[in-house]
Unconditional design. Structure first.
Length: 232
């Protein structure tokens, strides 16, 4: 199922253009959704800066534990913070719960209390058209990154045994990525930290281990894209 379709004012894909793919699939045991943006030529400094700030937001939310029952609205600033530091913002919701075999998109997570076992989608974008989801609508570009996550327990140290007054502290949870698709290395600027680069290097190792490509071309592409992060 294709979520968007071109029209008479759509731009053509060229050897020097961005390409945004927002897709997914329905299976008997679940529904997937993802978004990746790649550049077929040489990205501009603006394109790299925006892409990297979106990516930093995903890394931030993946690495931050939070109390069970936290709503999407409460964690939204964690995702947007690096855009804000660059004077950027996108409109609309950051994520949604995942439907199963229907329209993919479930309830927006802004008012959803997150609990262990939930499957949600987190997407960040700056886009040039109103039908691309949350975004700043720049006339010259659209960039989006989106993953599906499973809400899992986080082994945050609990002080209940030593401080009785803290016995009511909530359990903590975190987001575990279910999407393993490489990010394009040449789209990333130099504002990533050393820890963020290590996190991305580990992620791309998982991309190779968890994906079973059906063709030699697919396997070669996956290894090549993932290897661009291994030498960092």
């Amino acid at each position: 199922m294709v979520e968007y379709q071109p029209n008479e004012v759509s731009d053509s894909v060229t050897a020097q253009s961005l390409f945004l793919l927002d897709g997914g699939a329905n299976y008997q045991d679940g529904t997937t959704a993802f978004a990746r943006t790649i550049h077929f030529g040489t990205p501009s400094e603006l394109e790299k800066d925006i892409y990297t700030r979106l990516l930093k937001g995903l890394i931030a939310i993946e690495s931050t534990p939070f109390p069970e029952g936290t709503t999407g609205h409460q964690i939204d600033a964690i995702i947007r913070q690096h855009l804000w530091l660059g004077g950027l913002e996108y409109a609309g919701e950051t994520g949604h719960s995942m439907s199963h075999g229907l329209g993919v998109k479930g309830a927006c997570i802004s008012s959803l209390a997150l609990k262990v076992g939930m499957v949600i989608s987190i997407g960040t974008s700056l886009s040039s058209a109103n039908d691309l989801g949350p975004g700043i609508y720049l006339p010259e570009l659209g960039i989006r990154l989106k993953n599906v996550y499973l809400v899992v327990p986080h082994p945050t140290a609990q002080y209940n045994f030593f401080h009785n007054r803290l016995a009511t502290q909530p359990k903590f949870i975190k987001l575990k990525a279910l999407t393993y698709i490489p990010y394009q290395r040449k789209m990333v600027s130099d504002i990533l930290t050393a820890q963020e680069i290590r996190t991305l290097s580990d992620y791309h190792k998982d991309c190779i281990e968890r994906n079973e490509c059906q063709t030699d071309a697919g396997r070669n592409w996956l290894r090549e894209e993932a290897s661009r992060w291994s030498a960092e």
